[in-house]
Design a protein around this ligand. Structure first.
Ligand code: BES
Ligand code: MN
Ligand code: ZN
Length: 499
């Protein structure tokens, strides 16, 4: 897919489809009147009959006769002017793109960049528009027969129209950012969608190495031997039920000054979570191939940051394991010694994410990070609390949480804070070890984060639970059923804001 900047009179663009955003009940703009004339009153007739009102996501495709430089016109509703945000613009951009893809139309020219989003500038709008297009064009079809792969149209060329006075350089910069970010999102989605039989911890490690080479960052793998030597008791404990070896993936990006402390990202990389001996019910267990959604987001964000050449230093740590039941698996009641030296009583082998994150959070301290942010599909309780419209954020530093909340709002990947008061600590105290890995039914997301807090004592830290947001159940504008890549856009927004 290629973006092209288009200038000149909008109504004179040569294209298979003109795409225009229309505000609800703002149907008499000069632009619409000009187009109405060109279409012999087709627009005003359908406005009068209420076939098209401009409601959010509403679409009307109009064919035109010979003599016009464009073959079709797509009107797409932007909804009410009040509350029109970059998030809604991105969504409408996806809706229009998906609609045209469905009609096998692979190129168009759009004026959605001029949508009157309050308080926004051209760069922000073009970025949102570009993201909407690119994310709508994503699909995961590598396991479909070639015939079916070919049948689905993908976009080839999308023209971004600029009004007089809007700068080409601004639009080009915004589109480059959209492409870099969406490459990261699509990489993350591909990783999540990959089935568990193919996606071993080793596969995840190799994908990370390949990506690192592509974007020019340093990558290191810690294999079983080193994990044993160092004492990664949590990672090794979870991995011992699987015939597949665990890996610790470490990526380093140096875009800042030599001695600037890095920002660290940590991602849960459970390539399949069966629950282990505390086996999950079989209903929907297939979805547990997404239990490396945190790892995917972190890897996607690293790739985007490197492609964007952000002037900061970054380190990413991903513990990659598979959680399986077997004769060698950990048992409920087992006590593991984590990398930190703290002992953990495993009361439920399905609370495995916090076991591997404990080690990863300890390990990342060696990089003397300025801040640490971890992402994990950690608790079903988070889905109960927030559903799929927000991820939970908790941590030991309110300033960091405020910045993350803001990045979530700006990127459209929303976060919602939950408390991490000391009073919760008693819920993860064990009778036989320093900690236990379950805190009972109440406040499941908070007790999981409370457990992690014990391994993040020496730095500024936030934890983001993406259990409800890493996987899309049905498919929505800009995201088909499957992995969402949630976190990549929010993290990149956060990283750009800290530079
Ligand atoms: N990976 C799951 C959490 C999860 C559930 C993510 C559903 C996405 C969708 C995690 O490892 C888990 O099993 N958590 C348990 C913890 C419990 C045993 C304390 C849970 O939430 O039930
Ligand atoms: Mn689990
Ligand atoms: Zn899990």
């Amino acid at each position: 897919m290629e973006f092209r900047i288009k200038r000149g009179v909008f109504e004179a663009q040569q294209t298979s489809c003109l795409v225009l955003g229309v505000l609800e009940s703002k149907l008499k703009t000069a632009q619409l009147q000009a187009l109405d004339k060109q279409t012999d009153g087709a627009l005003s007739r359908s406005f009068r009959s209420k076939e098209f009102t401009g409601a959010e996501g509403e679409k009307m495709l109009v064919h035109v006769g010979k003599g016009l430089p464009w073959e079709r016109l797509l009107l797409v509703g932007l909804g009410k002017e009040r509350g029109l945000s970059l998030t809604r613009l991105r969504k409408v951009s996806s809706m229009a793109s998906s609609f045209l893809i469905g009609k096998k139309i692979s190129s168009f020219v759009t004026a959605l960049g001029q949508a009157p989003v309050k308080g926004s500038n051209l760069v922000e709008r073009i970025q949102a528009l570009g993201e909407g297009v690119l994310l709508a064009d994503y699909r995961f079809d590598q396991y479909l027969e070639e015939e079916k792969q070919k049948k689905r149209t993908s976009l080839s060329a999308v023209g971004i129209w600029l009004a007089p006075g809007e700068k080409r350089a601004d639009a080009e910069a915004a589109l480059a950012v959209a492409e870099q970010i969406c490459a990261g999102v699509c990489f993350a989605r591909d990783l999540v969608n990959q089935p568990g039989n193919c996606k071993s911890p080793e596969y995840l490690a190799r994908q990370a190495l390949q990506m690192a080479e592509e974007v020019g960052i340093k990558a290191t793998l810690l294999e079983r031997k080193e994990l044993e030597r160092e004492g990664f008791g949590g990672v090794l404990g979870v991995a011992q039920g699987s015939s597949r070896d665990p890996y610790l993936i470490v990526l380093q990006y140096h875009g800042g000054t030599k001695d600037a402390r890095p920002i660290a990202l940590v991602g849960k990389g459970v390539t399949f979570d069966s629950g282990g001996i505390s086996l999950k019910p079989s209903d929907k267990m297939d979805e547990m191939k997404m239990d490396m959604g945190g790892a995917a987001a972190v890897l996607g964000a690293m790739s985007a940051a490197a492609r964007m050449k952000l002037p900061i230093n970054l380190v990413a740590v991903v513990p990659a394991v598979e959680n399986m039941p077997s004769g060698t698996a950990i048992r409920p009641g087992d006590i593991l010694t984590s990398l930190s030296g703290k002992t953990i009583e495993v009361l439920n082998t399905d609370a495995e994410g916090r076991l591997i994150l404990a080690d990863a959070l300890t390990y990342v301290g060696r990089f003397n990070p300025r801040v640490v942010v971890d992402l994990a599909t950690l608790t079903g309780a988070c889905i109960v609390a927030l559903g799929s419209h927000a991820s939970a954020v908790l941590g030991n530093h309110d300033g960091l949480i405020r910045q993350l909340l803001k990045s979530g709002e700006r990127s459209g990947e929303r976060l919602w804070q939950m408390p991490l008061w000391d009073e919760y600590s008693a819920m993860v105290k064990s009778d036989f070890a320093d900690l236990k890995n379950v805190g009972g039914r109440p406040a499941g997301t908070i007790t999981a984060a409370t457990f992690l807090k014990n391994f993040a004592e020496n730095y500024t830290w936030a934890h983001i639970d993406i259990a409800g947001t890493a996987w899309e159940e049905k498919g929505r504008p800009g995201c088909p059923k499957g992995g969402t890549g949630f976190g990549v856009r929010m993290l990149v927004e956060y990283l750009r804001a800290t530079t």
